[in-house]
Design a protein around this ligand. Structure first.
Ligand SMILES: [Zn+2]
Length: 261
């Protein structure tokens, strides 16, 4: 049976002579893998729609007793390549791909995750990727059910707004001063406030202002650490993001944002 759904391309790799395997996140059927026959020859069926994080209308067929769907064609909706992609932005896009690939099970419809992905993509086009990465990491942690209430200490339920908030690589959520373990890192009051705003506001509210790599860096570390702990692996692209944020050669948007703050 032929099916179709809006989708975001995650990863593409070659198989056989001219075929491709594509991993893609659909709105209606969850994350799927499929084979695109002769994709390297047919620009008509896949032209311009096979890049990472491209949004497409996907038409495909499920095959009995087969893990891979048969991809018939992708119709391009929008591509991240319509604006210039520098190293920093490529790293951000790769981070989204890695998190989606690792966190979401195949064939499990996750409409909210799909909407999160497309909104984040729409708001990271203008080089504002630090708020997008922070928002995405925090929301993915919540959507996966890995984010406890950020108002209270997860051990004693006392308010962290008063005592200050800490986080630790081996603990969920936030800890009060008393329950912070050694090697806990503080979450600044500004970042705690930012987290609470991000969990109730659309991304558009954050992606408009200039934003340095330092702003919310502790919150980003907290969210990425939570993802990594539950995925039981280090995210390769998170390390690249960390290097980017602390790079001694400032990235153009970063230096602009720093100047404006
Ligand atoms: Zn406590």
């Amino acid at each position: 049976m032929q099916l179709s759904s809006d989708a975001v391309i995650l990863r593409v790799w070659p198989v056989n002579e001219a075929d491709l395997i594509v991993s893609f996140l659909t709105r209606d059927f969850g994350k799927l893998k499929g084979v695109a026959k002769s994709a390297l020859k047919s620009r008509r069926r896949f032209g311009g729609a096979l890049e990472m994080m491209t949004e497409v209308r996907a038409t495909f067929a499920d095959r009995p007793r087969q893990d891979l769907v048969r991809i018939d064609h992708f119709d391009l909706i929008t591509s991240p390549l319509r604006t210039p992609v520098d190293y920093a932005r490529m790293t951000a896009l790769s981070f989204y791909v890695e998190v989606m690939e690792q966190a979401l099970p195949d064939r499990n419809p996750e409409e909210v995750a799909f909407r999160l992905m497309t909104t984040v993509l729409n708001h990271s086009a203008a080089g504002q990727f630090w708020p997008s990465i922070t928002y995405f990491s925090l929301w993915m942690t919540r959507l996966m059910g890995w984010l406890p209430d950020l108002h209270v200490c997860t051990v004693c339920s006392s308010s962290v707004l008063e005592s200050g908030a800490w986080f630790h690589p081996s603990a969920d959520g936030l800890l009060c001063r008393l329950h912070a373990m050694s090697a806990s890192a503080p979450l600044s009051p500004e970042s705690l406030h930012l987290a609470q705003r991000m969990l109730r506001s659309p991304i558009a509210e954050f992606a408009v202002q200039p934003w340095s790599a330092q702003r919310g860096a502790d919150l980003r570390r907290f969210a990425i650490q939570s993802l990594e702990r539950h995925l039981e692996r280090r995210l390769r692209t998170a390390e690249a993001l960390r290097r980017l944020a602390t790079s001694v050669v400032p990235h153009s948007e970063t230096s602009l944002a720093t100047t404006l703050e």
